[in-house]
Write a protein of this length. Structure first.
Length: 277
């Protein structure tokens, strides 16, 4: 199918299409945070704990800082962590899944046992432990979440390699003397990517939630604003100033929901069994 046909197929899922536009809106807001924010997110003000009104659409916190500006700037960390951690998970998962599915035998057994061990470990608590040991920092958060996200990708890619490794075009490539690397990356891998892309949408959403959880517990980067850290700051005054927690919480929920709906739309397009005629 051409790109135009794929786009038309994707647009049949209206929820996925709307979700894509909302995700683009979040990305643009994060990219243009300094231009879109009405105030400096770190600037202190005299109007403390002000409810939402005309000059402060989302109110202010206990230091007089504008909540809208802080929510806009807070979108940068979760999106950065979500995309970069998922990229790391995809790279590692594709490599392990490809090697496991292509070579089989002992290689498959060893790699799949390692995959299962990582799958059964509670990811949030392991991330919590590692960050507590290594120290805070956005780079460390990306690394930890990225390393914990590869098993699902590896299993999906392995399944595709097991399906395609004995197909006629793969056997023909081997017969003419193609190297293992050429067979893996040029013959089989392009067919294994579409299912992995669907998994990637799940990993992005999960990475955003993990980062929010770590930031909420004070293990995020203290020099950066994150939706999780905004929720942490709001918990002491959530009864009297509910807007401090409401807007960051809504932002997290909306973004994660849209990413999952977008993933459903991608699945409809890339999964032949679900394509609408």
């Amino acid at each position: 199918m051409s790109w135009r046909q794929l786009w038309q197929q994707f647009r049949r899922n209206r929820a996925a299409e709307v979700s894509l536009y909302i995700i683009i809106g979040f990305v643009l807001a994060a990219t243009l945070a300094y231009q879109l924010s009405p105030y400096d997110p770190f600037a202190l003000g005299d109007d403390t704990l002000t409810a939402p009104r005309g000059d402060h659409w989302m109110g202010t916190d206990d230091l007089g800082r504008d909540t809208l500006s802080r929510v806009i700037h807070g979108s940068r960390v979760p999106l950065l962590v979500g995309f970069l951690a998922t990229a790391a998970s995809m790279a590692l998962g594709i490599l392990i899944g490809a090697l496991s599915g292509y070579f089989g035998g002992r290689t498959d057994i060893v790699l799949m046992r390692a995959t299962e061990y990582v799958l059964v470990v509670p990811r949030f608590f392991l991330a919590l432990l590692v960050i507590a040991m290594l120290g805070t920092g956005i780079g460390k958060i990306i690394l930890v979440i990225g390393v914990l996200g590869w098993p699902e990708v590896a299993r999906v890619v392995r399944a595709q390699f097991l399906t395609f490794r004995e197909r006629e075009f793969v056997v023909a490539a081997r017969a003419i003397g193609a190297s293992h690397a050429k067979v893996i990356f040029r013959e089989i891998l392009p067919n294994a990517i579409p299912p992995a892309v669907v998994v990637a949408s799940i990993l992005v959403a999960r990475a955003i939630l993990l980062e929010a959880g770590l930031s909420f517990l004070g293990l995020g980067d203290p020099n950066l604003i994150s939706w999780g850290s905004l929720l942490s700051e709001a918990q002491e005054r959530i009864g009297a100033s509910v807007w401090l927690a409401l807007f960051p919480g809504l932002a997290i929920s909306l973004l994660v929901l849209c990413i999952n709906l977008f993933g459903d739309g991608i699945n409809d397009v890339l999964n032949p069994k679900l394509r609408k005629k």
